[in-house]
Ligand binder design. Sequence first.
Ligand code: CP3
Length: 319
Amino acid sequence: MRQAGRYLPEYRALKEKHSFIEMVKTPELAVEVTLQPLKRFKLDAAIVFSDILVIPEAMGQPYHFREQGGIQMEFAIGSESCVEKLAEQGVPSRLSYVAAALNLLRSELGDSKGILGFCGSPWTLACYMIDGGSSDGFPKTLKMASEQPLVFGRLMEKITQALAGYLDLQAKAGIDALQIFDSWHSLCPIDKTYEWSLRWIDQLVQSLTTNTPIILYAKTTEDRLSFLSQSKVRGFSLDHTVELRKARQTFPSPFVLQGNLPPSLMESSPLLVEKETKNLLDSMDGDPGHILNLGHGIRPQGKIECVQAMVETTRAFGN
Ligand code: CP3
């Protein structure tokens, strides 16, 4: 989950001088931001600083952040002609700055730490692209998916193709694992979960020519976990509404499970963080297929001493 960001003063300081997009697109700056949390905390892996929205941008739909928070795409994808105008070719070469950042990151870190690459899922990217930015419930996306299935399907094909090239680029740059964020997974009606989201993720998984492990973050409810287990993914990152130990029944070993302390815990106190982190680790009972993480991104009001307590408690566990 997000490691860098507004909860770190050194990130805020860099952002005084550079815009978010400039930091994402300049490999030296992207690497500097990526390394900020690793300099503070004893983490095992770094997630490259970038955003899921680099894909729409490389397809011809730029984005920026709204003053009041949230994402604004320059326009919304509302018709077949909009879908047709999106670039099909050349996406990986327009994202070569990510490969440059990953290569630089590897030369800085050596093999001492894992490097995670990532992307948005086709469904979650479609939500931002069709609704034209952050939205409450992404109504235009739901409408297009149900009322214009051919246009929606064509958009999903194009996004999936762009993502396949992007995953290949990241895999070749030597990442250790790849995380796919299906943050809006639960917006799919339950009987459309496969058709609207998982089917495209499966296509992506099958398109990979390397054996890079894939972890799917699906923000979803307990009753839907069995759908996920039928996909081709073998590692899942689950949000904090799901009881991870219970999820083990749906995803037995050798599935990998990542998660899932609530991000709000990072806004409490180190003592509470220590207690809750121990509780989660105890519940997983030393499970070697468990990767400790938050259930969603750390928020700007997250406290450094709480992140520190989470990392230290995890390091000390079982010793
Ligand atoms: O730790 C890292 O630096 C990893 C990089 C990372 C970012 N975004 C950087 C970022 C990752 C893995 C993401 C994923 C991402 N981006 C997702 C999937 C995960 C999730 O949160 O559900 C989504 C949906 C996005 C799109 C996006 N980017 C949103 C909704 C926002 C927040 C907008 C807001 O105003 O709050 C962003 C901005 C963003 N991406 C920030 C960071 C560090 C915050 C930028 C800032 O305010 O300086």
